[in-house]
Design a protein. Structure first.
Length: 458
């Protein structure tokens, strides 16, 4: 495989949007500070900004983040920033973009815009010749279902081959999620027990203690399953369930993630609970009588030799008791309760990978309780990630796109497998059930666990 070419221009469509303000300007600053972004950075949107307006907005966003800004680093970034104001459907817009890049530029075009506009933008980039050696970065959602995901892919691949299409799932850029792969495949002590013989079950949770926060119109057309299960949580499941890749090459890593997704059996209606917090239908923009879920819990099976029979529990929701994102691997209990109090059986060993509220990995084990009795007590071995302050997943992913490393990006076959699971799940599921805000969702989700098992986080 040839070495990918380093990009020499970055085009950011949707630069006036919320994602740029919250994430992209910080990523650009961090890349500049690390010496990895010294090229034209062209912001594109329909607002009547100028180059100077863009630089002012970038500085405002960085100042609002509360981080310390090095004036010399920002001056270097600002010198590279320029702005093109125009309609995405106007060919002149792309002519003006091309004028700000060299004739043979390897330009990375980042589309932080609604998917409905992808067709016009891809066609415009191709008409201006910016697709010949360039790469295309797509922000989720990658369609709304299997059909729209396929249509979107056909639009993109008219002008960009798959190897130059980068689909961002920012979860894969998180330090803790990357460490999950390192932890699994760089510690041989785990491999003998990472299977159906020793793992009792896996729980993956993405809980938020806030509601839709004024985004009712958007959320009511999406729901929890499409918003975070189809991408973030199924990707985490794939990382936990995948087989060791044959090499560190990007496609070897992505091959195994896709295989894991292919092995997921579509759950029955009895294996899925959809909930909606009380008061959601009163949110601005939400349809009267809406059946959109703000919570979902599902029991999945990965039908592979390694995982056959092991339950995988996924739950995600808004308006819950706390904000936490984690994956918990629970191991089988000892065959006999030795060294235990007669009224207290020791809990199982658990390995927890957490990304919120703090990044870290913990391992719950049993050790002797101090004192004369030969009884055990739980102890926690904990690893905290030493992450540089201010760095974010978008820093890593944008840098990877610039240097041509697709390892942490979703591939089209993986996207289609995820939609296969989600489409069939939503087609079979029952109506939403209400739950109160500040709880852990509807009680019906407890039935998915089976006997002698509870939700770890509650």
């Amino acid at each position: 495989m040839s070495t990918p070419q380093q990009a020499d221009a970055l085009i950011l469509f949707g630069i006036t949007g919320d994602l740029a303000r919250r994430k992209l300007f910080s990523a650009l600053y961090d890349l500049t500070a690390a010496g990895r972004l010294d090229m034209p950075v062209i912001g594109v949107a329909s607002r009547g900004w100028t180059d100077e307006t863009l630089r002012e907005k970038a500085r405002e966003a960085l100042d609002a983040s509360g981080r310390a800004i090095d004036d010399a680093v920002f001056a270097k970034l600002a010198a590279n920033l320029s702005y093109v104001s125009g309609n995405y459907r106007d060919p002149l817009t792309y002519t003006r973009i091309a004028e700000r890049t060299s004739d043979n530029a390897c330009a990375v075009a980042y589309l932080a815009i609604p998917p409905a506009l992808f067709d016009e933008v891809v066609e415009g980039l191709a008409a201006a010749g910016l697709n010949h050696r360039g790469r295309l970065v797509l922000e989720k959602p990658f369609g709304r279902d299997t059909l729209t995901a396929q249509e979107l892919n056909e639009i993109v691949q008219r002008h960009y081959p798959e190897e130059r299409v980068y689909r961002i799932d920012h979860f894969l850029g998180k330090e803790a999620v990357q460490n999950l792969m390192i932890f699994r495949f760089s510690n041989t002590v785990l491999e003998p027990i990472w299977n159906r013989h020793y793992v009792r079950g896996v729980q993956i949770t993405m809980a938020e203690d806030f509601g839709v926060e004024g985004r009712g119109s958007f959320y009511d057309n999406v729901g929890t399953v499409r918003d975070v299960v189809q991408n973030h949580l199924l990707q985490v499941l794939a990382l936990l369930a995948m087989e060791p890749p044959v090499s560190e090459s990007p496609d070897a890593l992505r091959d195994e993630r896709v295989k894991a997704l292919r092995a997921i059996v579509t759950p029955s209606a009895d294996d899925v609970v959809r909930g909606q917090y009380v008061g959601y239908r009163d949110e601005p923009g939400v349809a009267e009588g809406s059946d959109t879920e703000t919570y979902t819990a599902m029991r999945l099976e990965v039908d592979s030799w390694r995982w056959a029979g092991v339950p995988w529990l996924i739950r995600a929701g808004k308006g819950l008791s706390s904000t936490v994102t984690e994956a918990v691997v629970e191991f089988a209990r000892p065959p006999r309760p030795l060294f235990a109090d007669s009224d207290c059986r020791p809990g199982p060993n658990r390995m927890t990978f957490r990304t919120k509220p703090d990044d870290g990995i913990s391992f719950s084990m049993q050790a002797k309780k101090p004192g004369p009795a030969m009884v055990s007590r739980p102890i926690e071995l904990h690893l905290e990630h030493d992450r540089p302050r201010g760095r974010d997943a978008y820093d890593r992913l944008l840098g990877d796109a610039l240097r041509g490393d697709p390892s942490l990006f979703a591939r089209q076959d993986g996207v289609m497998e995820a939609w296969r699971i989600v489409d069939q799940t939503l087609a079979r599921c029952r109506a939403v059930v209400p739950y109160e805000r500040g709880t852990w969702g509807p009680s019906q989700a407890d039935a998915l666990l089976g006997p002698d098992w509870t939700w770890v986080t509650k």
